[in-house]
Design a protein around this ligand. Sequence first.
Ligand code: B16
Ligand code: MG
Length: 216
Amino acid sequence: MSIIKACIFDLDGVIVDTAVYHYKAWKRLANELGFDISEEQNEQLKGVSRVRSLELILQWGHVTKTEAEQEELAAKKNEWYVEMISHMTPAEILPGAKEFLETCRAAGLKTALGSASKNSMTILDKINLAGLFDAVIDGNMVSKPKPDPEVFLKGAEALNIAPADCVVFEDAIAGIEAAKNGGMKAVGIGSPNVLTEADLVVSGLNEMSLEKLSML
Ligand code: B16
Ligand code: MG
């Protein structure tokens, strides 16, 4: 018998693929600064906060900026990103995500979002999924980035469920670490060769079932 009482979902890479929009906006910014970023480099930005992402990009381009300039650059990137996500539709929900959320809720499990993105609510509204989450914890509500467990612990607290009875769904290594650091179960979305610390790895939520949850 499973003790799982709540499912906490990361957003980018689990529910939607907003990484493509982040990449376009960061690439545009890098190009304006006179260099380029590769898809491999973009991989390293998944699950990483906006501020930290910019620090990494500036390092890759060997560019130094003051703190005030960095704030301006991050705001500029976010403007482009927000414009792009304003056109998102429910068609962009990753396969099986909506169905699995509905399955969990029908089984009496609580659901929460735990994302580093400060734009989480905008995205959930655009894809029409906000109503399937009992709690939403996003980048505006946390001070410590993953692998710190803060975002997921706040999710568990908002749901009033003990961390040990929660499972986190994550596509980033730091996110799996965050779940583990919080004393939670972790299901990786991606490759088992990459997400080695996860209790189970599936390629997408379309591969999840209540039976698989009960075996965690
Ligand atoms: P924002 P997640 C993360 O989302 C993204 O993977 C990461 O690329 C992004 O920099 C971060 O959100 C912050 O996003 O600029 O919108 O606040 O995977 O934690 O859902
Ligand atoms: Mg993610």
